[in-house]
Write a protein that binds this ligand. Sequence first.
Ligand code: ATP
Ligand code: MG
Length: 312
Amino acid sequence: MAEALTSIPLTSLPRISQGKVRDLFSLPNDENPTLLFVTSDRISAYDVILKNGIPTKGAILTLLSAKWFEVLSSRVPGLKHHFLHLGPPPASGLSQDEQQMLRGRSMTVRRLKIFPIEAIVRGYVTGSAWAEYQKTQTIHGLPQPAGLKRCERLPKTIYTPSTKAELGDKDVNISPDEARGIVGDKYASRLEELALNCYNAGAAYAEERGIIIADTKFEFGLDEETDEIYLVDEVLTPDSSRFWSKADYESGRDQDSFDKQILRNWLTENGLKGKPDVEMTPDVVEKTKGRYTEVFKLMTGESLEVVLERTG
Ligand code: ATP
Ligand code: MG
């Protein structure tokens, strides 16, 4: 099995930031500021980055997001997004080794001012929403009908934002009104509308392919020159969403999901939840890689190898 790439050895471009999973590099471009958005094979769970990574995960997340930008553009009226093209721009001065290292895992995007909230949308009640619902019959402060079961489909898709924490901190669930206080009246309603429309379009597309998108997190950015909102970041990936198999779905119990659930369960069972410097066993790596690979194939209809071959 190919080695996982947990750090991005790229020295030809200035690195402007490093998140839990991605490294961002600035690209020379005077008119429209652009970034090289690079996804490593790092994986985080419970807000902690694991010591080793998941081979090919960076390419899976990048190529799946690229697919979604294309799908959502045609299905969400008026949607603008940050994606310009896969890979770095031609003639950006990268070495052969660097280009090979980036294969499938980088995209050139518009550099925007990121709204400091996570635009979460939920179609089903699970995770922190289920915990809150059981206590107060609300989700992010929004009143819900009585009698919902674990993982049940919500009567109405809801916009349930959270704060966007700095590296090392935890995001906090907030109500749409609190999000309005953070982003301002001028943008709040449009962000909510875009997030709901992107979720609804994505969920319908996924459902045709046998996958339920239980919930997901979008991020949006602002072009301050034109005052336009753009969908940014990764989109509808197993890192940013909960994907369930439609065939196996049944409310009233937890669902198996196509994401980090195997890793989360392993961490919890071994008392490693939230601990730093944890190394996943080869078995956990292999199974997690399998889940990511499987969902990529289901969602795009093609294997990772085929898409990598076509996109270079
Ligand atoms: P998590 O995704 O778990 O919250 P993270 O926030 O550390 O982790 P990464 O995915 O590792 O994020 O890094 C991506 C970073 O790039 C995020 O901070 C995101 O807000 C930012 N970003 C995404 N798109 C753009 C863009 N077009 N312009 C500027 N920054 C962007
Ligand atoms: Mg992120």
